[in-house]
Design a protein around this ligand. Sequence first.
Ligand code: NAD
Ligand code: ZN
Ligand code: ZN
Length: 346
Amino acid sequence: MQAVRFVGVGKSAEIADVAKPSTGPGQVLLKIGGTGVCHSDLHVMEEDLGFTPPFTLGHENAGWVEQLGEGVTGFKEGDAVAVYGPWGCGRCHSCQLSMENYCENWAELGGFGGGLGFDGGMAEYMLVPSSRLLVPLADMSPAKAAPLSDAALTPYHAIKRALPQLNAESTVVLMGVGGLGHMALQLLRLLAPVRIIAADVDDKKLEHAKSLGADEVVNNRNADEAAERILKITGARGAGLVLDCVGVQPTIDLGAKLLQRNSVWTIVGLGGGHHDFHHGSTPYGTLMGIPYWGSRVELMEVIAMARDGRIHAETTEFPLDQAVEVYDKLKAGQIKGRAVLIPDGA
Ligand code: NAD
Ligand code: ZN
Ligand code: ZN
């Protein structure tokens, strides 16, 4: 079958022919319906994050059950499912709480999940190690659901952690209105009575933010001007939450200027920016966090919100064999919402 492979740091993804997997006990084989193309894959291919090549990329996956391994119950062939992406040990305290994203045994597992160390879903079929990692989609199309498993789940988890600190007088500054950011905006609208300022360096992304309900949009190409404009809106209270879905040095530096006492600063983007966090560098009461992905139960909640139309991923579909070009487009900032790769015949 055709698959999109990570072949090494500093190299583009490659389309290769690999063997169709088959199930062992407890495993489930999926026919892939769609895979979201996440910016994290660009980090995997461009920076040494410790992944050993080769493996099939794609960590935002959904499809239909093709084959159930021995002993698997609760699913049948043809069921539409989303794959929960962060694969933990399934046994530790965090995993038992469904937070496999914070598995205590992650260092021993050899990878983060399908597409991040293990074979992922940019292929016609994908092997999932346990039915525990599947969330039923019922009537929802896998190609529409795939991006929810990360582009929606990650900001959902991040926003839920900040909710106790937010109130009707809070301003949230959302940075980066791409795959994660366009879902974050919808989730913020739904979950919190806050004023939302969206910041991006691309005016098209800011138009998108406006259409999704941002109260104000700010182009932060000029950081000083952007900080001044945002602080004029927030007043002395500063940002209640800075949700940084980029994480590069310019957004970290801008974020630091927007904090006031008791702000929440949540950095989701893996852009590699630094901040010197200590008494004196950051206002008192700042809650700083670097959340990772989300829990299985949170994925169930995200899918519930999407199934009845409370949130939706804005997707552009491409054939699987255009993966390399799609990564180039993502890198150039030419994808609105999320690109989804569709294998032949799905
Ligand atoms: P994307 O490419 O779809 O969107 C990025 C957006 O950021 C684009 O709209 C782009 O115009 C904007 N941007 C770029 N530079 C900017 C700047 N200096 N200021 C403001 N906006 C800027 O990416 P994505 O798939 O949404 O991923 C975003 C980041 O989140 C990536 O770094 C990705 O690796 C990371 N990520 C983290 C987690 C986690 O669990 N922590 C999960 C998924 C993705
Ligand atoms: Zn991702
Ligand atoms: Zn675990």
